[in-house]
Design a protein around this ligand. Structure first.
Ligand code: GTP
Ligand code: MG
Length: 202
């Protein structure tokens, strides 16, 4: 898919204040600092579209971007930021869970995982939450440029094995690097295909 336009729409803390559910929507979620905002900028060819930072906890709200004037891309705050208080973690969980469960046009959630790490419980727990609630998702390994080939293969295969303990079918998996623009075409082709199915259904 060619990205012809990518524009920021609104930041909000409540799914009720998100834009009208007029277009198919894709959210990016994962641990704080995993590279959600950077991936959004890489996919849209737009360096400063989503705010990035080397410090975790940069994205704090639900951020909507409209792409090609016919689909939404959503940048979410990360989970598992060690320095956040219990209170703010609770607030995060409520904001995100409500958004994920109630946003009707959300057709896919991309769960981002740091390719350098072995499976982390916090990610597995979040995936379980999606599964229990029947929320469609795909996995995206990030920062592949920082990971040796054999290490990447090991981490991906360990993650698959963990999922196989509870899932019959594995989700789609994308390997990406925002630094090297790896995975861009594949991920956008997937969005294009799902968008077409969404239009057919409507
Ligand atoms: P929060 O908004 O805090 O939850 O973080 P985030 O997941 O949006 O991460 P962000 O995109 O802000 O990136 C965090 C850090 O990782 C930044 O310093 C990025 O430059 C770096 N980073 C992100 N993606 C990549 C990548 O593919 N390769 C490399 N080498 N660095 C990356
Ligand atoms: Mg961010």
């Amino acid at each position: 898919m060619e990205i012809k336009s990518a524009e920021f729409v609104i930041s909000c803390s409540d799914y009720r204040k998100c834009p009208k559910e007029a277009f198919p929507e894709y959210a990016f979620i994962g641990r704080s600092n995993v590279g959600k905002s950077s991936l959004i900028n890489m996919l849209t060819n737009h360096k400063g579209l989503a705010k990035t930072s080397s410090q975790p906890g940069k994205t704090q709200l639900i951020n909507h971007f409209i792409i090609n004037k016919n689909w939404f891309l959503v940048d979410l705050p990360g989970y598992g930021y060690a320095r956040s208080s219990r209170e703010s973690r609770k607030k995060w969980a409520k904001m995100i869970e409500e958004y994920i469960l109630k946003r009707e046009n959300l057709i896919n959630t991309f769960v981002l995982l740091d390719s350098r790490l072995s499976p982390q419980q916090i990610d597995l727990d979040f995936i379980e939450f999606l599964g229990e609630n029947g929320v469609p998702f795909a996995l995206v390994f990030t920062k592949c440029d920082k990971c040796k080939q054999n290490e990447l293969a090991k981490n991906v295969s360990q993650f698959k094995n963990k999922l196989k303990e509870t899932w019959e079918e594995l989700p789609l998996i994308f390997l990406t690097s925002s630094e090297k623009k790896q995975g861009k075409e594949t991920l956008l082709e997937y969005v294009e295909m799902v968008n077409k199915m969404y239009v057919k259904k409507a």
